[in-house]
Design a protein around this ligand. Structure first.
Ligand code: ZN
Ligand code: FE
Length: 267
């Protein structure tokens, strides 16, 4: 199984998984780069997976239908261009002989799902397609969900195996890392990761997929109980709202909510 990131728009990635004959694509916001990749590798389009309803994730489906030999699979609780097979959390679907499990990750949108492939059948690490929920060193904006929902969703993903290849739908890593470095003193893992990501981008290469183990070290949104992150959020909340500061032993959802709002305001 080959995993490829297809660049689309300014910073999207459309992920493609193929066995040399058939391909699965995830969140095809644009058809043209997918068609080009199918041609370049002489592949058939066997299935489309969709994590959520945003245009930059579903916009290419209509123009891919005529090439599609299989089906479109999308979140049961969102409106995806029809026809589409609705999939629910806990369900597993078998495509190209691989078992994908569906994980509920509301927050960015209310019905957002992720697809997890525990066994790629080739001894390689598991794969997570997480759309706009988990980014490298960051997370998606809360358009439809609450901080509590998003925090729970991220914690759900955080429990997957550490070697999981994290396939996010956007190249936001460097900007996320600037935030991560600004809010708390950077440890050696963060410093090393920044240098690696800068080198990748300088060569025009993706920083993705990341791994879950890396994210647990560098992603502030997964580290809401770590003392450095709690301290940063507590100080930030005290500045913004002196009458209602976070408790020093603040609960992780309050820390997460403070971080997410802070990132929205961060330039
Ligand atoms: Zn989105
Ligand atoms: Fe997006």
């Amino acid at each position: 199984m080959e995993l490829i990131s297809i660049a689309a728009f300014t910073d999207n990635y459309i992920w493609m998984l193929h066995d040399g004959v058939d391909a699965i694509v995830v969140d095809p916001g644009d058809a043209a780069p997918v068609i080009a990749a199918l041609k370049a590798h002489s592949l058939r389009l066997a299935a489309i997976l969709v994590t959520h309803h945003h245009g930059d994730h579903v916009g290419g489906i209509a123009d891919l239908r005529h090439l599609l030999v299989g089906k479109v699979y999308g979140p049961a609780r969102e409106q995806i261009p029809q026809p589409c097979v609705s999939v629910h959390a806990g369900e597993s679907l078998t495509l190209l002989g691989l078992d994908f499990s569906v994980i509920d990750v509301p927050g960015h949108t209310s019905g957002h799902i992720a697809f997890f492939l525990a066994d790629c059948d080739d001894g390689k690490a598991p794969i997570l397609f997480c759309g706009d929920t988990l980014f490298s060193a960051g997370c998606g904006r809360l358009f439809e969900g609450t901080p509590a929902q998003m925090h729970t969703s991220l914690q759900r993903l955080a429990k997957l195996p550490g070697n999981t290849r994290v396939c996010c739908a956007h190249e936001y890593t460097l900007s996320n890392l600037r935030f991560a470095q600004a809010i708390a003193p950077a440890g050696p893992a963060l410093t090393r990761y920044v240098a690696w990501c800068e080198a990748q981008r300088a060569q025009g290469l993706p920083t993705l997929p990341s791994t879950l183990a890396t994210e647990l070290q560098v992603n502030p949104f997964l580290r809401c109980t770590e003392p450095d992150i709690v301290a940063a959020a507590t100080a930030r909340a005290a500045t913004l709202n002196p009458t209602e500061p976070l408790a020093a032993d603040s609960d992780p959802v309050a820390v997460f909510a403070t971080l997410r709002q802070w990132k929205n305001d961060f330039r």
